[in-house]
Every structure is written in structure tokens, then in C-alpha cells.
Ligand binder design. Sequence first.
Ligand SMILES: [Cu+2]
Length: 427
Amino acid sequence: MNDRRNFFRNALAWGAGMMTVPKLKAAPALPPVMVETQDIPNLPYTMDNSVKVFHLIAEPVTRKISPFKTVTAWGYNGSVPGPTIQVTQGDRVRVVVENRLPESTTMHWHGFEVPVEMDGTPYISQMPIPPGGRFTYEFDLHQAGTFFYHSHGAMQEMMGMIGMFIMHPKDPYHPRVDHDFGLILQEWALLPGSVIPNTANMEFNWLTVNGVSSPMTTPLLVRLGSRVRIRLVNMGMDHHPIHLHGHQFVVTGSEGGRQPESTWGPGNTVLVGVAQARDIEFDAKYPGPWMLHCHLPHHMMNAMSDLMGDRMITTMNTNEPDALSQMQTLADAVPFEHVHHAPIAENTSAVPGFPQDAFMDMGMDRAPGVDKLENVGLPANWSAMMMGMMTLVRVLPPAEYDKIMAMKGKPAQHAEPADHSGHHREG
Ligand SMILES: [Cu+2]
């Protein structure tokens, strides 16, 4: 920021002296903002001469994905999905992958144009990395965009072994964004009572964004009037139509990088297919907490197997006390009292189909993992119908934005310097 201020000061001095106005485009370009991957740390690196050196450790990770569900999946460096790597186009990168799993693994750099020996395909480009072993990947990166790394074992992918790999462009994109977020979409088959994903199961009953289900997802806080980029990556068995409320956006990039501006048609729902990335951008024009979510109905909730299996939700001729006790069996696991906040009719048992969605809501505003600064100021019971693959984009007037940022102990200025060394989000 200082450079820019000095530039304008100098430019003004020049202009005054020469009676001409210097061209604005001569201003030095600001570096791109760092991508924020909510609930996922950035991976720090060290320098070995001009090479950026990262270490990734493949290992089991136990993570609370909702106030009433903790799972043991497989990830990297204690995080599932794995930590976010951010580099700049043109960098030479070395990633040492260490295998602390009970079986072999390899790492695939999805969409990277790197030599085939670095492609991470078991037996084809390399021998699998045995348990306790390690493999060093090293390559030059000439691409830019939203990329990701993942294990090249199908079942290991479904155990969570993926992470985001951002290649910032050498020459900044136009228009510049003020906020840049990255979200990894995943789905899990967790049979009732099980804490380990069943990778052979075809019924995915838990849906996560950056490793957590709503309402544990951390809202994307943006300042009213700013330009926002959200990068979406899908690693699962289903495609996700991701819908943003209240704003039109344009799709500016795919897993192949930036797309030409002539292709940026307006929309509000983008289909993020399996193994794809989509970048969307919009001007945050309208204040409020706006939902961002997959629009597949079963992806807007969780625990479908739980509800239909051992907990047995019945939806025919059910009266309120029975329905309450059904929901309470689920709430007991939080532990929470199930209170339905939305009004219901007197004659519930006379109407086939009761209870449905508006009865199943469960306010969890104060639950551990939900009660956090990014949610300050939301209306009571905001969390009651936030479930599954969902989060909020909170477009905040400057005073409110600054207030929450101050509470988080961060400077009010949201544009962070291009310090690509790992800095971990709190919380
Ligand atoms: Cu979906």
C-alpha cells in the first residue's frame, strides 16, 4: 500500500511540475490478495535457493465435521482436506510427500503441465510411495489458476485426500478482486454410527465445504462494494450446482485457468463437476448474509442415512410429540434439545407427509464450532436450516466489516500483502 501511496504522491509532484496528468495505467500493479480457504490452513514453505519447498504428510485425520459428527478420514498434515498451497506462476516448487498411511499412495498434480515422472500415477509414472516412505516432486510452474493436488487412488480420494493448489498469475488479473476465497466440495458415506467414511458406498450422506458441514462452515466475510472471487473445487462422486443468493456472478475460470472475458455470461448457479474447478466473480453490491450452497436437495442437508436408517423418520400420520421424539434422538448426539422454531398446524397428524423440512430444523447458533466471530450479528436461529453443503457470503457495510475484523484481531484493511509464506487462520 505504501508503494502505491508514494507512487501517487510522486506522480502528483511530477504532474504539478510538468502540467500534465500522468497516465494511471503506469501505476505499479498491486500483488494479488492471498486466497482464504476457510477452515483450512495454508501450507508454509521454506526456500532452497530459488525453489519453494513444501512438505506434505499423508496421514489419518480426525475432524469434527458438524457439532454432532466427528469422523476419522485421511488427509495431509493434520488437515482434511489438506492444507492450501499458494505459489506464483513461474515458481519452481518442490513438494516432499511423506506417507504415514498403512498403505501405499502417490500424489497427482491435477491439471499441472509437468514432466510425466512428476504425474503421480502409480506404476505408470512412479512406484507407489510405501508406508513410511517419501517421494520428492519438483517442477516449474508456468500455469496460473485454481488447481488442486490429490492422491491418485480412487478410494483414497473418497477418504479426503485432496488439497487446493493456487497458482497466482505473474501479471494480476483484471479487474482486481478485494477478496479471494477457495472452497473444496466433498461428500462422505458415513453409515449410521460410523466415524470412518465407507469409500465403497454409493450413498453419500454427509456433505462438506472445506471439511465441515453447515452450520460449522465459516462465512465468507466481504466488505460491501468490494469485488469478490470464489474458487470452487469438487472432489467427490456427484456434481454440485452451486448457487449464490442475491447476486449475479460471472464464471471467470475453470480448472484450466483464467477464461477470456468474452465468455463471462451472467449467472447465479454454476455446475462444478467432479474433478473440476470453477472461479466465480461478482461485485458485492447488496448487504446481507447471502447463502451459497449446492442446490441438490439432499446436499442441503446431512445424515440422510441416519434419518432413514436407525433413527427412522416416519412421515405418515405423525403427530407432533412423535415427530419431536424422532428428532430428539438425533439432537441427543449434539447434545441439544430439539426445538422446532417454525410454527406448525394444530392437525399435523391429519396431513400425510408431516414432518418435512421446516420441522427438522435445529438451531445450533451456540454449539461449539458454530459460535464464532464470523457469525456475530446474524439473527437468532440463523443456523436452524443451514445444513450440508452450504455457507454464507456476508456482505457487510464497512463499519460492521471493520468491527468483526477488529474482533478477529486483524487490521481493517482486507488486502493482505503478497506474503506467500504460510499463515494459518485462527479457529
Ligand atoms: Cu451437491
